[in-house]
Ligand binder design. Sequence first.
Ligand code: SF4
Ligand code: SF4
Length: 213
Amino acid sequence: MIVTTSKPLDEVLDYISPYSNIFIVGCDGCTQPPRGLREAKILSQLLELGGKLRNKNFNFKVTTVAKQCDSYLTASALKPQIDGVEAVLSLACGIGVQTLAELFPELSVFPAQNTHFMGAEEREKGILEERCAGCGDCLLALTGGICPIARCAKGLLNGPCGGSANGKCEVDPERDCAWSLIIERLKARGKLELLEEIRPPIDYQLKGWRFTP
Ligand code: SF4
Ligand code: SF4
């Protein structure tokens, strides 16, 4: 189970305001509280109202998928619907957002949720790679949909440490350097200016260790 809370509406409006054709994608998977089609529709209505207050009209397309973190199923469900979409807003956890950002690297993909923590069923014997550390203050909108907290060995928030070589991490050369991936992703999107924005230290009071729905 992955526990999330909704981002403030104004923050989401700030993300999507440069765009008009927005695809809102819910997730019927393990996100708690549920963030499926019903919640995606409610969010589109709230954003429509919020947009009007800013003299901005959006065209929302709303859907949900079984599990956003399942790249194959999500690609099959969304790729036929992606024509004309300028930006994607995900109601999934940080893992789902990153799955969408990988599937649609040419689009801006934004989180509508803050992800707080993950509970694991320790039955799998395969290899799992951490993608979200549940920091409680998701910054994927600024990092091209790649999480530096979970994927950079040092959890750096403001660029690489300088030890990366050939796109690999100096701490473990078997791993990609998260910041190399972020820079390449932002370059591909023409959004390198996002690197100039200084990110303050994560406020871990937002993380929360317990959650009462
Ligand atoms: S910034 Fe990273 S750790 Fe924080 S919620 Fe987003 S994906 Fe998770
Ligand atoms: S090499 Fe890259 S991933 Fe590794 S610690 Fe430095 S910035 Fe982080």
